[in-house]
Design a protein around this ligand. Sequence first.
Ligand SMILES: Nc1ncnc2c1ncn2[C@@H]1O[C@H](COP(=O)(O)OP(=O)(O)O)[C@@H](O)[C@H]1O
Ligand SMILES: [Mg+2]
Length: 256
Amino acid sequence: MQPVSFDAAYIRRLAKAKHVDMDNLPTKEEIDRKFIETANAKLARQKMRRYYRDSVWSGKIPLRFEFGKWDITKQTDPKRAKELGKQAFVLARQLETQNFNVAMMGDRGVGKTSLALAMMGYLMEHERSGMFVSTAELLRLVGDKYDDPSIAAKLRDIKRSMTEVDVLVLDDFGTEGGMTGNIKPVHKDLQDLMYQVSNARVDFENNQARGVTIMTTNNTKQQLKQMYEGKFIDRVFPNNPAHQLLFEEMKGVRNV
Ligand SMILES: Nc1ncnc2c1ncn2[C@@H]1O[C@H](COP(=O)(O)OP(=O)(O)O)[C@@H](O)[C@H]1O
Ligand SMILES: [Mg+2]
């Protein structure tokens, strides 16, 4: 076979046809860097999907909510509803680049879960991974693991994702401890799981949150301390009032 020879002009024509700028070819380092960036981005996307997939939904039904759907007329105190929606949005923007925990407190049906979902959704659109965990459903799984070995494996995945994910929503935190007035310590296994997860979500060296934990609850901090070890609650419950959303005076919209 005849060896094919390419002259420089031919190569230039080829390059031009392929829109390759021959005068600005990337260096080997640039190609390597680009390759690593692309690989890392792909890995990050895969992780993001895995964390979200490990979410523990109540009744297995994924929920969504966006800030745009927050309707202040649905609440008895529209002025307060507006403030809360704004506070949640401002926090979500801060959490694009910072790590701290957020607590949403108040009665049922006042929109805590909705705003937590809106924050998680917003942050997932801004490259942060998110995971939603219904605490009551998690307790159910923990209780069922002795009957079904596949649940134990699933729980290991869930625990790992809860540890690693950027934005963790702990929904209806405290319902697992019983209703107000009838507070009991939660299942030992759930205590242990939460304790280990919360430990991993603290950067002890710098004394700050690692990632973001957003909890919604019908209980006060004091009540939560009766259900869980105090140290754990101190770790996940934000002290900064700006990081607490107090819905307590709002009436539920579920039955309106
Ligand atoms: N301000 C609001 N705008 C739109 N929908 C709302 C609003 N507040 C509550 N809802 C809706 O009412 C229901 C209960 O809200 P939810 O966020 O689950 O409350 P909570 O978590 O406080 O019990 C949900 O279907 C939610 O989408
Ligand atoms: Mg809720």
